[in-house]
Design a protein around this ligand. Structure first.
Ligand SMILES: Cc1cc2nc3c(=O)[nH]c(=O)nc-3n(C[C@H](O)[C@H](O)[C@H](O)COP(=O)(O)O)c2cc1C
Length: 288
C-alpha cells in the first residue's frame, strides 16, 4: 500500500538550514514527506491560508517575527496543526511559561547526569547555570529553580541573589551514603578523577555529564554510531557489567557534575544542615 505523504511547512529564514532539513527528509526511511519552505513569517502565514499541511516547523528567529510570539500567530492561522518550534534554552523557559507550568528548572551545563532540552539539541544548549538563570529571569515571571554546579550554601545564596526562587542539587547528594550510587561511584567522585568531567551521548544516547573516563574518550567522534536514548544504555550495560566484574573503572561512566572536586559531606543530613546554615549566614550578614 502506498505510504501517505506528510505535508510539512518549514518557516525558516536560513536557506542552508532549510536545505539541510529537506535533504534529511528525502533520506528518511520511516517517513515520506513533502516540505514547503517559507523564508519568513508572512510568507509562512500566506502558505497556511492557501495550502493544506500536516505540521508546521517554525524557527523562533525568523526576522519579521517576534520570537515565540510567532507561535500564537501561526496557531491562530492553523488552530489544529502541530507546531514544532526551534529555539534556544531561554526560549524553552518562555515556552514552558506559556504552557502554564508552575516552576522552571534552569539547568546549566555544569550539572551531573542528563540535562533536558526540547527546542534545540542538548549540544546547542550548553549554557552555564548562572548565565542561563539571568537570561531566563529577564524573560519569565514563573518561579525558577537553579540547577547545576550548586553544592553548598554559597552556591544557593548566589542562585537566590541572581533571581532564582530555589536551588536544585544533584551531585553533592549523589556522593552521600544514602544515595543509590555504588561505593566505587562515590569513591570516584571524591577522587582526583572527578576534576575532569565531560558531556557525552555515549552512555545512554542522551547528552549527560560524567567523569571523563577512557571509554568515554575512546568514543569521541563515534556519535553517528550511537543508538537513540535509551537503547544505547542497553548496549553499554554489557560493557559496564564486565568492567565492574574486572574492576576496570576507566571503562565505566560515573555520572557527576563539574562541582564534584569541592564536595565534603557523606551524610545527607549533614550536607543539608550545612547548606541551610551557610545560606542563612550569608543572608544574615547582608541584612546586618
Ligand atoms: C546521575 C544523574 C542523573 C540525572 N538524570 C537527569 C535526567 O534524566 N533528567 C534531568 O532533567 N536531570 C537529570 N539530572 C540532573 C539533576 O536533576 C540535577 O539538575 C543536577 O544534578 C544538578 O546539578 P549538579 O549535579 O551540579 O548538582 C541527573 C543528575 C544526576 C547526578
Amino acid at each position: 500500500m502506498p505510504q501517505e505523504r506528510l505535508k510539512i511547512l518549514l518557516i525558516e529564514h536560513d536557506p542552508g538550514f532549510a536545505r539541510m532539513v529537506g535533504e534529511m527528509l528525502s533520506q528518511a526511511r520511516e517517513l515520506a514527506a513533502d516540505m514547503k519552505s517559507a523564508p519568513d513569517l508572512n510568507s509562512g502565514l500566506t502558505a497556511l491560508k492557501g495550502d493544506h499541511f500536516d505540521v508546521v516547523v517554525l524557527d523562533a528567529y525568523v526576522p519579521d517575527g517576534a520570537g515565540l510570539a510567532n507561535v500564537s500567530l501561526v496557531r491562530a492561522q492553523a488552530p489544529r496543526l502541530p507546531i514544532i518550534v526551534a529555539g534556544e534554552p531561554n526560549d524553552e523557559a518562555i515556552a514552558l511559561e506559556s504552557a502554564g507550568v508552575d516552576a522552571i528548572i534552569a539547568s546549566g551545563f555544569e550539572a551531573g547526569g542528563h540535562r533536558p532540552s526540547f527546542l534545540a539539541s542538548a549540544e546547542s544548549s550548553t549554557i552555564g547555570t548562572f548565565v542561563l538563570l539571568q537570561l531566563i529571569k529577564e524573560k519569565v515571571k514563573t518561579p525558577i529553580i537553579a540547577a547545576g554546579g550548586i553544592a553548598n550554601g554559597k552556591g544557593v545564596a548566589a542562585s537566590l541573589a541572581l533571581g532564582a526562587d530555589a536551588a536544585q542539587i544533584g551531585t553533592a547528594f549523589l556522593v552521600c551514603d544514602e544515595s543509590n550510587a555504588t561505593a566505587i561511584h562515590r569513591q570516584m567522585l571524591f577522587s582526583t578523577e572527578a576534576k575532569y568531567t565531560s558531556l557525552s551521548r555515549a552512555f545512554t544516547g542522551r547528552l549527560g555529564r560524567g567523569i571523563a573516563s577512557r571509554i568515554g574518550k575512546d568514543m569521541v567522534n563515534q556519535e553517528k554510531n550511537f543508538l537513540p536514548f535509551p537503547l544505547q544504555t542497553k548496549f553499554m550495560s554489557q560493557i559496564k557489567v564486565a568492567a565492574m566484574e574486572q574492576e576496570q573503572w576507566d571503562m565505566i561512566l560515573f555520572w557527576g557534575g563539574q562541582i564534584a572536586p569541592i564536595l565534603k559531606h557523606t551524610k545527607a543530613s549533614e550536607l543539608m544542615k550545612s547548606i541551610l546554615e551557610e545560606t542563612t549566614a550569608y543572608f544574615d550578614r547582608l541584612n546586618a
